[in-house]
Structures are given as structure tokens and as C-alpha cells.
Design a binder for this molecule. Sequence first.
Ligand code: LLP
Length: 428
Amino acid sequence: MNHFELLAGADGGAELACEGVPLSRIAEAVGTPVYVYSSATLERHYTVLRDALAGAGLKDPLIAFAVKANSNVAVLRTLAALGAGADVVSEGEVRRALAAGVPPARIVFSGVGKTEAEVEFAVRTGVAEINVESEPELHLVDRVAQRLGKRQPVAIRVNPDVAAGGHAKIATGKADNKFGVSFSEAERLYANAANMAGVRPVGVACHIGSQITDLAPMEAAFAKMRGLVERLRAEGLPLERLDLGGGLGVPYFNQPEPPSPADYAAMIARATKGLDVQFAFEPGRVIAANAGVLLARVVHVHERPEGRKFLVLDAAMNDLIRPAMYDAFHDIRPVRPRAGEAVAYDVVGPVCETGDTFTRDRALPPLEAGDLVAFMSAGAYGAAMASEYNSRLLVPEVLVKGAEFAVVRPRPTYDDMLAREATAPWQG
Ligand code: LLP
């Protein structure tokens, strides 16, 4: 469920709103393109997941929101206020989580290529867990922490070698992906880590992919993780935490309904029955995707004499790259639907490459230049992946709460954009 619904407008026509704010008001105040997030939806998705996990008897889990999905500090603060932690993959994300008020004790640091400087920053910060993804990285964390006179809690990230996840570019759990180590490696590294002065192994972690709509591969992976926990404990090694990553899919309106958080929680309870550990999760998409839209305006309707109709928007692949990069489907809704027969449009942006096509032959209500449209389910991996390609200004972000809205990342000016660059001294 989300809080983007049609409301009756002042003139009696229906208009798409975020909570109590008509999207046209935001478009007028901030301009387009712009991302709009619903606080109520973020809060609801977080609490539904938290309650589902609690309902399945998973005691006191650490729910570390995957900051990569939506790294806006106001969004992070909304979740932090409910007790969410943060799953981060760079120093920048650690800093964002801290700026949003996430306590270090709820920060989990993942990623295959943490640099020495990033590890040092994380160790100094006192993050709850560094998820170590390889043997050289274990030695790096040990060395840095020893230098700082600390003993850093780590988890070994395992690659469970199962296939899952919607698109090849976002599947992470197969042995030929770059993430994590094998089960046998994990056992060896864990035992080694227990003897290192700079690290303290506290758990094992996995994350097998994203936009997963079938629980079976997750269950297979988690059952294997359970076996690993039991083997490590049988060897007498201490282990407190089992981090099961993120990955739960969301409805994008063109697919079968994904499993509910309750089904997901029940599956985890089944796969890990009797295991006495603290669970950690790294959900991103399931919390943020349907809590945000990308609002854009129709610049032209360009009709080819042969019949193709291009809906040219002021949003482009640099603002929302998911369709170009993963062939992702986003529902597109007119903000003020016009009456009339549906029309098949190719929906495109102004960027100079054919990949800047959001969708082809999509049946939509008739649209005209100047109309507003909303790309639904764009709250995860939308703004976070935006760029300035074609020297388009970085897309701004707005957070709505009830009848109020606030610009939480303003649109830069062209002067801001140019001020970040300089000519070389020899260029005069
Ligand atoms: N934990 C780790 C270690 C991850 O790599 C990811 C996502 C997550 C958690 C969160 O996964 P989620 O719950 O959001 O599925 N840009 C792509 C998605 C990339 C996902 C990368 N890793 C997209 O737009 O679909």
C-alpha cells in the first residue's frame, strides 16, 4: 500500500496526490522533474516489515535500511526515527547515515572494495559490523583496527551460490558473482578472524540479489546459512548475528504480486527454526520503492506520420536510469487523467541516445504538452542513481508529510554546476 492516490481537485476533476498534497502543487513550487516521497508510506513499509519479523518470532532484529536504495538524508531520518539502522557501502553512505541520526551501533558496512581510508573511517566511527567480503579485506580491517587500538566486529559475507533476483545485473548470490566467499572459505576465515587482535567475528552475512519475487531460492540460501552457523558454533566459535541481507521484491504493476513481508518472515522463521541468533536485515527497495514517484512534465507530443507517438518528457535517463539499465517497468500515471481512449505512446526523455526511452507502446490516457505524469515505484534506486549526464541539473527531491511538503534536496543552479569545475592553470 502507498499514499499516492487520486483526490478530488478544486474543479471537481481527479488529481494524483501524495498524502494530502496534490502533485501539481509540488510541480508548480519546485518545477519538474522532481522526486516526491511519502513519509507515511516509508513509515508504513518499515513498520509492516518490522512487525512481520516480530510476528514470526525473530527476536530484536537489526533492520538496516540499504542506503544505496535512497540516500536522501531526510528519508534516512524518517526511518532512523523509527529505529532503523543503515546498511552502507561507502564512506559517503556512512556519513549520510550519521547525518540522519542513525547510531553507529546500527550501521552495517558491506561492499567488496572498501578502501583503507573507508575502513579507517568506519572503525573510528564504531560501526556495528563490517561485512568482510574477501580474505584480503579481513586482513585490511585487522591491520587498520590494530593500528587504531580497536577490535572491530566483523561478519563474513558468504556467497551461497543460488540464483535469484530479477535481472542479471542485480543478482549477487551465484559463485561467479564478485560478492562474498564460499562456505568453506567462510569457515576458514571465521576461525582465522577469531585469532586476530584487530577483529572480532560476530556473525555471517549473505545477500543474494534484488527484486526477488520467489521465496524458494532465498529459503535455500538461508537454510545453507543456518548450517554454517551451526558448524561454526560446533567448532566452539562465538557467533551472535546472522545477517540475511535484503532483496525482497516489490510490485511494479506489471508482474505477479511479490511475497508479502509476512510470507517472507514466516519463510525465515522456518529456515532458521531453533537458531538462537540476532538477525540483521538490509532491506532497501521493499521500504522505499513504492514510497516515491518521479514527477515529470510532457514537453511535446511528437506524432510520426506513420503512426508512432512519442511522449517527450522533461525527465530523462539521467534522472531515472532503471528502464535504460535493467529494462525496468515503471507504471506511468497522468497526474490529471483526461477522459478519452487510451493511446499507445513511446515515452522518452530529451537525452541524446536511444537508450533514453522509458517505455515503448505503453497504453496511457491521452496526454498533451504541459501535462504532468508520475513514474510510480521510483523511490528506490531512482534519485540515488541520478546523474548530470547531458549537463542536466541533478534532480531535486521533496518529502511530503500529511498536508505539508519540504524540498529536501534543492535543484542546483547552472552556476552551482559550473562552479564545481575549473580550467587547468595553463589554460589561462
Ligand atoms: N544489501 C546488499 C549487500 C546489497 O548489495 C543490496 C542491494 C541490498 C542490501 C538491498 O537490496 P534490496 O532490498 O533493495 O533489493 N540498482 C538496482 C538494484 C541494485 C541492488 C544492489 N544491492 C535496481 O535499480 O534495481
